[in-house]
Write a new protein. Structure first.
Length: 195
């Protein structure tokens, strides 16, 4: 006998068959069962000044996976998955963090900013993003969103950084193309534009 398997692409919503199981199960075991209560919980995350509802099945995933797969913000990159390369850097309450090693559940009530949220609401690039473009910093570009976010955190706490401060702040963000000199110049340019 040949067994047929159907493969469906998940669109992020709760599939009808899960809803049917929940309805059927709640009738049998009661609607206060812990498993059903967990399935119904929605967490809210503040991402780029917009409150996002995060379904229960995403809450224990990494922030990186939630950003890219659930919400569709793909500017934050997957690099190593271990928090060592910096490609996944975002800002949480203004501090540069590695989104690949943080559970989404840990970030309730915190302000999360991605590379997409760094730009001005009217669509103009943030000063730092513009300095990157003007300085032709990117070569392959893969690490650049993480570099920019780490630089944004630096400029928040040190508005006029020197070379050593820039190097220290961006040391954890790897660039295999060797654009560190252009990155440093772009950070200085942005600092001058901001002051």
């Amino acid at each position: 006998m040949v067994r047929q398997t159907r493969v469906a692409v998940w669109d992020g919503s709760t599939p009808a068959w899960i809803g049917a199981i929940v309805q059927s199960s709640s009738a049998k075991i009661g609607s206060n069962h812990p498993m059903l209560l967990q399935m119904e919980r929605v967490m809210k995350l503040d991402i780029n000044n917009s409150i996002q509802d995060i379904d229960a099945q995403w809450q224990d995933e990494s922030l990186l996976d939630v950003l890219r797969e659930k919400i569709g913000l793909t500017g934050t990159r997957f690099g190593c998955g271990q928090g060592t390369c910096g490609a996944c850097t975002v800002l949480v309450d203004g501090v540069a963090v590695r989104s690949c090693v943080l559970s989404a559940r840990m970030l309730q009530g915190r302000s999360i900013v991605t590379i997409e949220g760094l730009a001005n609401p009217d669509g103009r690039l943030h000063v730092l993003q513009q300095a990157w473009v003007d300085g032709q910093v990117a070569q392959c570009g893969y690490c650049q969103s993480g570099q920019i976010m780490a630089a944004a955190a630096l400029l928040r706490r040190t508005p006029r950084p020197n070379d050593a401060q820039i190097d220290a702040a961006l040391a954890g963000n790897l660039c295999r193309c060797g654009t560190q000199q252009r990155i440093r110049r772009a950070v200085h340019r942005a600092a001058n534009m901001l002051s």
